[in-house]
Design a protein around this ligand. Sequence first.
Ligand SMILES: Nc1ncnc2c1ncn2[C@@H]1O[C@H](COP(=O)(O)OP(=O)(O)O)[C@@H](O)[C@H]1O
Ligand SMILES: CC(=O)N[C@@H](CCC(=O)OP(=O)(O)O)C(=O)O
Length: 258
Amino acid sequence: MKTIKVIKIGGNIIDNEEALAEFIKDFATISGPKVLVHGGGKIATKLAEQMNIPVKMHEGRRITDAATLDIITMVYAGKINKNIVAQLQAHHCNAIGFSGADGNTIVSEKRPIKTIDYGFVGDVKKVNTDALEVLLNNNITPVFCAISHDENGQLLNTNADTIASELAIGLSTVFNTELYYCFEKNGVLEDVENEDSVIENINIESYKTLKENNIIFEGMLPKLDNCFHAINKNVQKVCIGKSEMLFHTNNKHTTITK
Ligand SMILES: Nc1ncnc2c1ncn2[C@@H]1O[C@H](COP(=O)(O)OP(=O)(O)O)[C@@H](O)[C@H]1O
Ligand SMILES: CC(=O)N[C@@H](CCC(=O)OP(=O)(O)O)C(=O)O
């Protein structure tokens, strides 16, 4: 089985033109099949504020009304996705931009209303890798934004970390799959203010303790939930850290184990 790398980059790389350019230059050099997943939540928030569309988040998830769905479609599937693809082409990495509707790759269902109505937010039901396999086997790199669809014509906003873990799980039936979450810190930290306090391994037991002691909070909670979901469903390797972990083997980072 070939090994594939599924790599997610967060807002802090996308936000910064220089950091993104540097990342893309390095990403283009990765040999073998690879998939890039990008967020862009901070850029969508900025644009919504400029347009006087109220931004509402609940437990790290964006409450997505019709106006917000328009914005995130333009920002994620349009501006960010197409810019990344163009920059990859400039580094001779042939890439194609995807939302989950393209190639029917990521099917989700609108999150049911319980105490909170998230609006047009989707929970992933199914990943179809057929179209992706054809591209990957022809050395073409899919670039995914954080949008899925419900097979009834409705686009749905879906957290980029979840898109990455679900794609990794789907691809793990045909590839030996590695999942990398790149963000602005060296990994999961014992003390969020101290970059030298990387926790090199987290398993489900230590995760519980870290949560109880409030060492892990906010965006890191859903990120780690996605990591454990992936590692429990056949994804061979799951890592969190700075994107440098992909290119320098001695760069400290966090590895998730069962
Ligand atoms: N123990 C921890 N170590 C590192 N980051 C943590 C920790 N606990 C909480 N965080 C927070 O999680 C954030 C990363 O989550 P998020 O913002 O969702 O990532 P992304 O940039 O990939 O979208 C960090 O910016 C940090 O503020
Ligand atoms: C449902 C939901 O919350 N979707 C996210 C998708 C973007 C994302 O995940 O971006 P980052 O990885 O940069 O945070 C949002 O709209 O913010």
